[in-house]
Write a protein that binds this ligand. Sequence first.
Ligand SMILES: Nc1nc2c(c(=O)[nH]1)N[C@H]1C(S)=C(S)[C@@H](COP(=O)(O)OP(=O)(O)OC[C@H]3O[C@@H](n4cnc5c(=O)[nH]c(N)nc54)[C@H](O)[C@@H]3O)O[C@H]1N2
Ligand SMILES: Nc1nc2c(c(=O)[nH]1)N[C@H]1C(S)=C(S)[C@@H](COP(=O)(O)OP(=O)(O)OC[C@H]3O[C@@H](n4cnc5c(=O)[nH]c(N)nc54)[C@H](O)[C@@H]3O)O[C@H]1N2
Ligand code: SF4
Ligand SMILES: [Mo]
Length: 905
Amino acid sequence: MTLKPIQQTHSTCCYCGVGCGVRIASDGQRVLGIEGDEFHPANLGRLCTKGRTLPLTMTPTGRALYPEMRTDRRLPRQRVSWDEALDTVANRFADIIREHGRDSVAFYLSGQLLTEDYYVFNKMAKGLIGTNNIDTNSRLCMSSAVMGYKKAFGADAPPGNYEDLELADLLLIAGSNMAYAHPVLFRRIEAAKAADPSKRWIVVDPRRTDTAAMADLHLAINPGTDVALFNGLLHLLLWEGYADRRYIDAHTEGFEAVKDMVREYTPKLVADICGISDTDLITAAQWFGQAKAVTSLYSMGLNQSIQGTDKNLAVINLHLATGQMGRPGAGPFSLTGQPNAMGGREVGGMATMLAAHRDIQNPAHRSEMAAIWGVDYLSDTPGLSAVDMFDAIRRGQVKAVWIACTNPAHSMPEQALIAEALKTAEFVVVQEAFLDTDTVPFADVVLPATSWAEKEGTVTNSERRISRVRAAIAAPGETQGDWWIATQVAKRLEKHLTPFKMSRFAFDTPEAVFNEHRKTTEGMDLDITGLSYALLENQGPQQWPFPAGATTGLARRYSDGVFPTASGKASFHAVRHIGTADKTSARYPFHLITGRLRDQWHGMSRTGRVSQLLEHVAEACLSMNADDMARRGIQSGQLVKVANARGSILVPVEASAEVASGSVFLPMHWNAQFWSEPGANRLMPAKADPYSLQPELKHAAVRIDVVNLPWQCVAVRQGDVDELMQAIRPLLKQSRFASATLIGRENPALLVRFADESEPDGLINALDTAIHLHSSPETQDYLDPARQINKRGRWDAGRLTGFRLAGETKAADWLSDVIRQGGEWRWARLQAFAPRATPPDGSYQPAKTVCNCLGVSEATLKQSIAKGCSFEDLQQQHKCGTQCGSCVPEIKRMLQNAPRILQTA
Ligand SMILES: Nc1nc2c(c(=O)[nH]1)N[C@H]1C(S)=C(S)[C@@H](COP(=O)(O)OP(=O)(O)OC[C@H]3O[C@@H](n4cnc5c(=O)[nH]c(N)nc54)[C@H](O)[C@@H]3O)O[C@H]1N2
Ligand SMILES: Nc1nc2c(c(=O)[nH]1)N[C@H]1C(S)=C(S)[C@@H](COP(=O)(O)OP(=O)(O)OC[C@H]3O[C@@H](n4cnc5c(=O)[nH]c(N)nc54)[C@H](O)[C@@H]3O)O[C@H]1N2
Ligand code: SF4
Ligand SMILES: [Mo]
């Protein structure tokens, strides 16, 4: 065998909006490793757990590798050629447009597409078909931030850059759990604070997240009360004389109305609405007022609200009133979530905007774009935003939808309605990299896309920095770039819709697309006419604007105090507190909050394949305040039903000090691929902000009841975990509750659990078949039919490699840990599988991993902490937290929670 030489390819991480630069090691066919790029200005060499484990996600099982199609929805899809798939999509779209008009088709895209992909789709919808029905998951994510910036400054996008986060002497972090969601940026601000401990952080979050735990002041406000809080802060800032009159007079308008309005927001009233003390409020205002440079960082806790735009504007008011703008370390900085949320905004890939920050309803903007695209018609009616789009599909008004790079069956609110819409639609196209998502089963046509390490293009991160994404390996199967797929269909559609003209989709490379996109930005606020692939190649990632002739991008906008509004001034907005769409009541007494976990990404199509990433949190779990649990007689590990009028889900509950009394938290990630349940969005309201049209995905009112399902079964099996996971999925619906996950590191295993009133017919046989646990000389059974107890273990070469405990599961945690730790089997076989078997005393230690990079377990850390180790000692002994650093907050919390006598010992 000849070894292929190892190549290094510079690219960008495909997860979050931090936009870390990576170097991919490959042999051209397979990704062999990954490192952070020391020269990329976003991460300077760092990567978080998700970025570091990207190579482990590159397994072929479950990838969409070939075009597939079906003409009868009762039958499975069949593999077809690209020509057949592309012709079908173009023909069906053309037929539907001819019969029902341009607005009877829609596109639902993603902030994870590259700018080039996005550009072609947007041109096809707006420039070729003539519909603005093209919206994206950015509607669920950034649209309130976009509206906030546009209303206040006249243009979109964060004014500052990542250095400002380090330069600020006060960070106001609101509705953002950076420690989990933007880990590498969090490492940067942590380091800045360690270097200068006089820097302060205020964190505004109803939960005591890892981010909040590190703050100098945590304002644990009631969900949805941010506008009241910011108005209260402004009230105090003005009262205490911290207003910057010179800045207000020279560079803003609308101040007087806001000043009058915030009079109402007295400290007493605000403390009551927000559920915080007025002393904390006053402290926060003093710190804000006294700081030389304040940067506010915010994300979904502000955006995903029926007041998302107002929440953004209320933060911006604070900056305008105190002149905390346009200087190093000062400004309102919206953290973008997806790797290319910004690029999507740049090409205008949403229902309410045109390319390069132009407006649909501005006739001059429309004619500029029509001229660039060489078309006569651009629709002047805004298209349907995400929630309305799926509603229109459900009502039959929109007949065909093309979904690319997003999983709406999981991520949209009121899931039941989304499923109904996808069933009602006449024609559903899903362009995906993975087949195991909740949306794919609805597809009439699946278009297989290349993904990270296989595709070419550009992305823009949170600080307006454009980086190249490069292919390191060959495209697997027949997958194609998203831009290519869109281009091929557009060319075919042109023949139907505008025959005999020269093609406007003559793109043969992503670079050709980029060059056309660049032209649309000429003279606009995001002018990038000075950028090219060659420049990005030679000089690395660049910030926009970068007009022709420039030598660098612009690090900081509005430093001259001139804003792109008619008057050149920024606007204050008098926004009042409204609250959440759902109100808690006697019937639905709990606030359900949703959000992210450190090691999972959205619908888990990628991160759910990596056992290491599931070690941090293995299964969906509802976090609940211990006092609330005690009051209701609920115990950790019990199953509860979380319900409201929109539906219900079953989930195990766990006591958590993170949530306040009256609130519960459920991660957004788990879905029908890993669970008997569809996910948190079964319960979330499809109620949206009136300006940004962003739905309130953060909050719902729910009730919580204990559910007793006496029959339980747990099984674990080592082997090809991708294949085991696929085999188990059809069984997840065969009992009232089920969940599947991966455990272990070197020899990962599938873990699946079921619960029901009594043993479901045929489930055990089906399970044994799916996980290859047939009776054999290597297996040992324990049966007690009278009590429905049926257990089996399997050993290979002296090691336990699988088991199934049905009817009685007491030994499940012990046996799972034995498999996870991978050691020799040291106990009597039958005895271990007898009823209520427990590990012989002291013979094993539970294996929860805290430091994922180096595999340091909670037990190991607890032992060292009990011996009196400090944080530095722990790092020296175990190297924990020295790689990606994501576990540092957790280790610090463990140290804080350890009995004091031991810490000082
Ligand atoms: N690990 C990981 N990282 C990610 C992602 C991921 O899936 N996994 N996704 C990326 C994407 S697309 C996005 S958009 C970002 C999101 O990044 P974040 O917005 O930081 O993440 P979330 O956990 O959704 O929400 C942040 C916090 O809002 C709080 N919150 C809830 N309601 C309120 C409220 O009314 N007011 C305030 N002030 N806070 C509230 C929640 O308790 C939560 O801690 O993360 C990006 N990074
Ligand atoms: N309750 C609740 N719901 C939420 C949120 C919340 O906080 N709470 N957050 C919302 C937010 S901010 C967001 S951004 C959304 C995210 O929601 P989604 O967009 O649905 O999330 P993903 O799972 O990232 O979906 C991306 C899909 O693209 C596929 N894919 C990956 N790479 C490629 C590629 O190169 N090409 C193509 N064609 N496909 C690819 C992946 O397999 C995956 O299925 O969820 C929203 N929903
Ligand atoms: S912080 Fe982590 S997930 Fe985000 S871009 Fe960097 S490595 Fe990727
Ligand atoms: Mo997002």
